[in-house]
Design a protein around this ligand. Structure first.
Ligand code: ZN
Length: 160
């Protein structure tokens, strides 16, 4: 989508510059049929979204709070949603995970596959979720759901 609202709320170019190589390292080897674009939106929330057109939106605060490896994990998780929802298909064989009872854990599991396929450390997925769960602005229910995702990831041997 061109000229969308997210582009108008772009944060500092410095954050974009930081994100570009991270995204390229993850996305290029996956050889996806769709162009994935990653944009930062200005917000105090720790948030990331993906849209069916292949846009991934990450809040400026999340970018500032996470390490490069953890940001890689965020992008992998959002790609996980796009794959699991059938919005993105890989040229490389990579099975999405629909086995989980909830969409977030399913995206986490697909993210693990993506991180493995691109030789990145899967642990960052857990540390990233830990930082989000620490955000006091979140409701207790949301924090509990994130804690459950962490527990599920920790039960997967090579996620640690
Ligand atoms: Zn998600």
């Amino acid at each position: 989508m061109q000229g969308c609202a997210a582009r108008q709320t772009l944060e500092s170019p410095a954050l974009e510059t930081r994100l570009e190589p991270i995204a390229a390292r993850l996305i290029a080897p996956l050889r996806m049929e769709k162009v994935i674009s990653i944009q930062i939106f200005s917000s105090g929330e720790l948030a990331a979204y993906s849209r069916s057109d292949g846009h991934i939106l990450i809040s400026s605060t999340l970018v500032q709070k996470l390490t490069n490896e953890e940001l890689t994990a965020v992008i992998a998780h959002e790609l996980g949603h796009l794959i699991n929802n059938g919005n993105v298909h890989f040229v490389a064989a990579l099975a999405g995970s629909c086995a989980s009872d909830d969409e977030e854990s399913a995206a986490d599991q697909t993210a693990l596959q993506i991180l493995r396929a691109t030789q990145q450390r899967p642990t960052a997925l857990i540390t990233m979720l830990g930082k989000i769960a620490d955000d006091s602005a979140l409701s207790p229910q949301t924090r509990q759901r994130i804690a459950q995702r962490i527990t599920r990831l920790k039960s997967i041997p090579d996620a640690n």
